[in-house]
Design a protein around this ligand. Sequence first.
Ligand SMILES: NC(=O)c1ccc[n+]([C@@H]2O[C@H](COP(=O)([O-])OP(=O)(O)OC[C@H]3O[C@@H](n4cnc5c(N)ncnc54)[C@H](O)[C@@H]3O)[C@@H](O)[C@H]2O)c1
Length: 277
Amino acid sequence: MKELQDRVAVITGGASGIGLGMARAFAGAGMKLVIGDLDTAALAAVQDELRNAGADVVGRSCDVSQLDQIEALADLAVDSFGGVNVLCNNAGIGIPTATHKMKLDDWKWIIDVDLWGPIYGVNVFLPLIEEQGEGHINATSSMAGLMAGPMMGAYNVAKHGVVALMATLARDLRGRNSAITASVLCPGPINTNISRHSVEFRPGQAKPKRDGKTSGKVASSIQAVLEKGMDPDEVGRLVLEAIGSDEFWILTHPRWTKAIQNQLDAMNDSRSLTDAR
Ligand SMILES: NC(=O)c1ccc[n+]([C@@H]2O[C@H](COP(=O)([O-])OP(=O)(O)OC[C@H]3O[C@@H](n4cnc5c(N)ncnc54)[C@H](O)[C@@H]3O)[C@@H](O)[C@H]2O)c1
């Protein structure tokens, strides 16, 4: 898909971090935007920012784990702009917990948001994008979708599922000679608010501390790594370029694929499980 000017893009989780980076990059390319997010205050602020910069944008409160809310987001896109060309299934959360301590409620919540969200997105938006005769579906996975590190069981399972979903979709579209293409974003550390949001949105969870910091040693060390990570606006620009040039794999830290190569080598040689780095 080469021409992006005036194309309509739907972005979930577009009120913060990587999704906001995409929204800014897409708006800069003259695309029309439909943003869905759970955080209505941030969503309102982002719409103001983008409109002030001259973008055509609408937004809606949307929990991606709820099919009817994804359907309502699609209705908003069609009512506002007459159709959809690009979908970015981006909203996501994650809580670090060792497998033996992970509660079933957290498994369910994380997989509902991080995997069922993109499944609902593909199911609802693919027919709409096909009506336009051309377009693109992207989903945000993670390096955790390619390599299962410790402490992140539910997140790893969901993000591996997202890679599988998008690779299957891309191959099925190719098999049908469709003009629709697909891609998957697998970021390494990006400087966003995901740790704080994940604590805040966790069902049944007390509100996070007022200083915005997450509690727990592992969460704090993840937060420290993310704070040194890539600027999310840079990720947005990478996604824009990849959609324009029909790349499937969008990697922010390509050198990290070495760990995957090491795992493949050990799989063939010693059959042992390597470390995740
Ligand atoms: N930050 C990183 O280092 C990193 C690395 C790899 C992958 N990712 C992935 O990138 C995506 C975006 O995360 P981010 O880092 O920009 O975090 P972020 O918290 O800054 O942004 C995520 C946005 O999603 C929204 N959201 C959360 N749950 C939602 C739900 N159920 N329905 C709708 N919106 C919801 C939040 O309100 C927020 O605006 C996620 O899928 C995440 O797993 C992030």
